[in-house]
Design a protein around this ligand. Structure first.
Ligand SMILES: Cc1cc2nc3c(=O)[nH]c(=O)nc-3n(C[C@H](O)[C@H](O)[C@H](O)COP(=O)(O)OP(=O)(O)OC[C@H]3O[C@@H](n4cnc5c(N)ncnc54)[C@H](O)[C@@H]3O)c2cc1C
Length: 596
């Protein structure tokens, strides 16, 4: 079958993917955007607290500039972030956020009518721009409106959306990405796509863990697809645990609550963060890794609340009552709604029960400051990528920023690459001249047949393994052995158990064996991605014999710059993960011991 041709393809309809697609289209490059969910359902829509940019708009006259933002980011990263990437992000933040404002993003305003800013962890003063506590919603809709607008100006450009298509494979020839294989979830049919350049913007992998703020779709498969094709995953051991998720459901309770002045309380009603050296000064706005650890310690020392029948219910309280109803209603109305609907609690009158939960994947597909990967024609952006701007610990508000800054960078570079390649000038199928069949088509056709065989074998399997059991065991093992506190013994056992789960995966069978809208089939394909990405997380964590940022090893409690001020690279192989390392780009800011 002839492959479907598009000049460029973006995989992912979240903020990074939409921003990249817009950039390509603005530069007159035709683009197709493939997303396994309708773009507005991407996890970006759930972002609450805000997006960082050193606008310095706060009326009390806090002086801010990109350099301060860069320093806070590098320091927060425990010096593992690449400083050239951080500087680029913090400098370009201003233009990108103002651009969103001009596109109509409904940011909250201060009394002077400027974009309002609130304090988040890291800066300690207001730098985070926000739209109440629904910032992701506001940003995603703003970008999607631009996509709709561009699609209406159709004479010169083309922006095709493939909604509810799952990309299952990347096709590489001679070190170049030449196309993809995608599954149309509704029909169950696979198609080959031929293209000059691909941008992966497939988001995070939070659902590898049981307790997570991430959407169900964040399985990590989007990272696994390039990984299976030979692109390394970088710094995967660094998983961010958000200190405040609603107990039981683990829905995020934004850092904005603490930024607005909320208190964390133990079972004696004390603001217990003052007992710990690393949070005694910054208290509730200390970096997330520190607060998550201190909540866990407080609970372990008996300062938490718990239902004796359910050890997973351990929690502390987040008190917003002193902020008053007006402030809660104007700044944190979404949080109030979540608490009322999912816990039957009104935070105007009662404190919120919270516990730490997985929140963000600092690592991702390895790329450089231009969003380029080791494979020609393959670019990555957003949470799926590791540029790296977050290093060992991400500051709140920097992830939304990363999506729009590096979404733009990826779009720009993919456009330049496409316009310079030989078959970049071939018109798309909707144009006059169809692309000629060539050797690449045969390679893509072979890849398509191979994927079809894989799917047939899953559908026809009579194995005795239920995929849900494997997923549950994966979630449990990551929670228990690869959580906030880690050690060699637990990590070694996790690695063995992952290998057993990978083995059991080969005997999976499905109850529903049709192709049409077979969501079980989709979840099984994704589960393979989750298992392989989990293996990379564990292998990296085991090899990194130090404590840095979000990785706390109880058997190596100190940061060790001499041996580990370096990025971990995990390569996929059928025998298991192969690890390598890469220098961190230092520069302006000398690594210093963490000060509190
Ligand atoms: C609850 C919550 C609140 C947050 N709040 C904040 C905040 O206030 N500030 C902040 O800076 N950060 C926040 N974050 C983090 C931030 O929202 C995310 O890191 C960011 O939005 C990710 O955007 P993205 O475009 O990279 O990916 P996503 O928005 O996750 O989009 C991924 C896209 O990839 C597609 N996809 C994935 N795999 C495939 C595949 N195989 N085939 C086809 N399509 C695929 C999906 O359909 C989706 O469209 C929050 C995160 C969560 C979970």
């Amino acid at each position: 079958m002839k492959p479907i041709y598009h000049d460029t393809i973006v995989v992912g309809g979240g903020l990074a993917g939409l921003r990249a697609a817009l950039e390509l289209n603005r530069r007159n490059v035709k683009v197709a955007l493939i997303s396994k969910v309708y773009p507005l359902r991407s996890h970006s829509v759930a972002a609450q607290g805000g997006i960082n940019a050193a606008l310095g708009n706060h009326p009390r006259g806090y002086y801010d500039n990109w350099e301060k933002h860069a320093f806070d980011t590098v320091k927060g990263s425990d010096y593992l972030a690449d400083q050239d990437a951080v500087i680029r992000m913090t400098k370009e933040a201003l233009e990108r956020v103002i651009e969103l404002e001009h596109w109509g993003c409904p940011f909250d305003r201060n009394d002077e009518g400027k974009i309002a800013q609130r304090p988040f962890g890291g800066a300690g003063f207001p730098r985070t721009c926000y739209s109440t506590d629904k910032t992701g919603h506001a940003l995603l809709h703003t970008l999607y409106e631009q996509i709709v607008k561009f699609r209406q100006i159709a004479e010169r450009k083309e922006l095709v959306l493939y909604n509810e298509w799952l990309v299952t494979k990347m096709v590489v020839e001679d070190g170049k990405c030449i196309g993809l294989i995608g599954l149309d979830i509704k029909s169950g049919n696979l198609s080959a796509f031929k293209t000059n350049a691909v941008i992966f913007a497939t988001g995070g992998s939070g659902r590898i863990y049981g307790k997570t703020t991430n959407a169900l779709i964040n399985t990590g498969m989007g990272m696994a697809v390039p990984y299976w094709s030979g692109v390394p995953l970088k710094d995967m051991e660094f998983i961010q645990f958000h200190p405040t998720t609603l107990v039981g459901k683990n829905i995020l309770i934004t850092e904005g609550c603490r930024g607005e002045g909320g208190y964390l309380l133990n079972n004696k009603g004390e603001r217990f963060l003052e007992k710990y050296k690393d949070s005694e000064k910054t208290m509730e706005v200390a970096p997330r890794d520190i607060i998550s650890r201190n909540i866990t310690k407080e609970i372990m020392e008996g300062g938490g609340y718990e239902d004796p029948a359910d050890p997973t219910s351990r929690h502390v309280l987040l008190d917003l009552r002193h902020l008053g109803e007006d402030r809660i209603m104007s700044r944190l109305s979404g949080i109030r709604e979540i608490c009322m609907k999912f816990a039957g609690i009104d935070p105007v009158y009662e404190p919120i029960p919270v516990q730490p939960g997985q929140h963000y994947t600092m690592g991702g597909i390895d790329c450089n400051i231009e969003s380029e990967t080791q494979i020609k024609g393959l670019y990555v952006a957003g949470e799926a990528a590791c540029v790296s701007v977050h290093g060992a610990n991400r500051l709140g508000g920097n992830s939304l920023l990363e999506t729009i800054v590096f979404g733009t960078v990826a779009g720009e570079n993919a456009a330049n690459y496409t316009q310079g390649t030989t078959y970049g000038s071939v018109p798309s199928p909707t144009g006059r001249r169809p692309p000629r069949c060539n050797n690449k088509d045969n390679i893509l056709d072979d890849a398509l047949k191979c994927e079809n065989r894989k799917i047939e074998s899953i559908l026809n399997s009579n194995g005795n393994e239920n995929p849900s059991n494997i997923r549950e065991e994966l979630n449990k093992l990551m929670e228990e052995n690869v959580g906030i506190f880690r050690n060699a013994e637990a990590l070694k056992s996790a690695l063995n158990r992952i290998k057993q789960l990978q083995e059991r995966y080969t005997s999976i069978s499905l109850n529903y064996k049709e192709r049409r809208t077979n969501l079980s089939l989709m979840w099984v394909l994704e589960l393979k991605g989750s298992l392989d990405v989990a293996e990379a997380i564990i292998a990296g964590a085991l090899a990194r014999e130090e404590s840095r940022g979000s990785q706390f090893r109880t058997d190596f409690t100190e940061r060790n710059d001499e041996d580990f001020l370096k990025h971990t690279l995990a390569y996929f192989s059928d025998e298991g993960v192969r690890l390598d390392y890469k220098e961190v780009t230092l520069g302006r800011f000398e690594p210093k011991a963490r000060e509190y």
